[in-house]
Design a protein around this ligand. Structure first.
Ligand code: 5GP
Length: 113
């Protein structure tokens, strides 16, 4: 089933896009939990980490490399940041289109809630 993120990919609804290529899209979270809060998503519709397959190996690597580059572009690479992929109900996932949260610009705490 299509999600709000698919509509963002298809430019049916607006988003503050910070990076885009053939395989992925990155945009600012509408309700940021840190000074920098960017979502990196594949253009391929994968609902969650529990649905990835061997065939997604290259795509998953690409998403992580893109997150690393965006962290550099936003000046949070050296200070530090957190990458999170909320997965399914108990993982706190709300939008069922795989996404990486890139959070930074403040001190993170551990353990997460
Ligand atoms: P999840 O809880 O699924 O890991 O995270 C979903 C994230 O998507 C949340 O942080 C939420 O603020 C963000 N979000 C939900 N709807 C929209 C939207 O329409 N636009 C943007 N930019 N972010 C959204």
């Amino acid at each position: 089933m299509s999600t709000i993120f698919k509509k963002i990919i298809d430019k049916e609804i607006p988003a503050d896009i910070v990076y885009e290529d053939e395989h992925c899209l990155a945009f600012k979270d509408i309700d940021p939990k840190a000074p920098v809060h960017i979502l990196i998503i594949p253009k391929k519709e994968i609902s969650s980490m529990s649905e990835v397959t061997e065939g997604d190996k290259e795509l998953l690597g690409h998403l992580l490399l893109t997150a690393s580059q965006i962290a550099k572009d936003f000046g949070i690479s050296d200070s530090g940041y957190r990458i999170a992929i909320n997965t399914n109900n108990e993982g706190g996932q709300e939008v069922y289109h795989l996404h990486i949260h890139l959070l930074g610009g403040r001190q993170m705490t551990w353990p997460p809630g």
